[in-house]
Every structure is written in C-alpha cells, then in structure tokens.
Design a protein around this ligand. Sequence first.
Ligand SMILES: [Zn+2]
Ligand SMILES: [Zn+2]
Length: 181
Amino acid sequence: MLQPHILLVSFGGFEKKLLQRLAEALRIETKAEVQVRDIYFDLNLFYDPTRRQYNGNELMKEVDALFPGNQKVIALFNVDLFIPILTYIFGQAMLNGRIGIVSAYRLGNERYGLEPDPALYFDRLVKEIMHELGHMLGLIHCHSPLCVMRSSTYVEDIDQKHSAYCKNCLEMLSENTGHKT
Ligand SMILES: [Zn+2]
Ligand SMILES: [Zn+2]
C-alpha cells in the first residue's frame, strides 16, 4: 500500500508498552515501517494561560524543527491542544505534510465521567493517528461513514468509524504514491 517511514514520538505521559502497541497497530494498518521515540519535552512555552490549553500550530512548527528529515512524524501529546479557530483539536496535520500531532487528552472515557475503557481508548488513539497520517499522505476528509478519514468532532464520532481507510481513500493513496494496492 503506502511505504512511508513513520516516526511516532511521545511528548510525555505515555507508557512505553502503549507506544509499542500503537506502533504495532500502525504497522499492521499501513504496512509502513514505524519507529518509536520517547522524548522529554518542556511544554510550558506552548501553554496559553487564557485558554488553559496548548497551541497546536506552534507545536507543529516545533516538532518540524526537532525532527528534520523525510520521515512522517506523528507527535503524541497528553495535554489539551487548540488552534485559534477551534475550541479544541484531537489532532491536526497539513495536507501532504510531514508533521502530524495527536492529543490523547480527550480520548479517555474518564474525561466524560464514564468508566475507563483501555481498549476503547487505544482504538480511539489508533484512529486519530491514522486520520492525521491520512492527511499527511494527501487524503482529505471522506464522507464514507466508516472511513477513518471522516472528520470527528466528538469521541462518539471517532467510535462510529473504523481504523482503516475506505476503498476510495486507498485508491487515492495508491494514485498519490504511484504504487498499486
Ligand atoms: Zn481531519
Ligand atoms: Zn474514505
């Protein structure tokens, strides 16, 4: 399918075991080579005291500067991210860009006063990573109900979709990369 090298970088607050499991899930979904890094990073500079959230746009620039090269870099955060036009974001990436960011902050059931569900949390995280990676590989939002490229505003939206790209999106990917699926 697609052959990007993916670097999954934890910016704090993720267990090693979880990162390894995420990498494995990504390998299976994308057939790509996935490496994991866990770095210490001071997020204070990116904190907006008025919004009490962290600036997603600025973090994208920082991740880009920290990890040059041609790998696709997905940075994982455990803090609440925003961009100026939105209340919060689960993640963002530029179309055909090299950098994507994903926040797990709002993905746990506990955030909504519900019983923790580690399996559901993990699935949501995989889907959000797959979604941002899709943008990085040139995919726009898809209207197919189960496609991971469908846009999600709430966790319920994430739960409705699968973790894979639909047939149409896969076809677009193979056109973009010049590989046949
Ligand atoms: Zn999107
Ligand atoms: Zn699709």
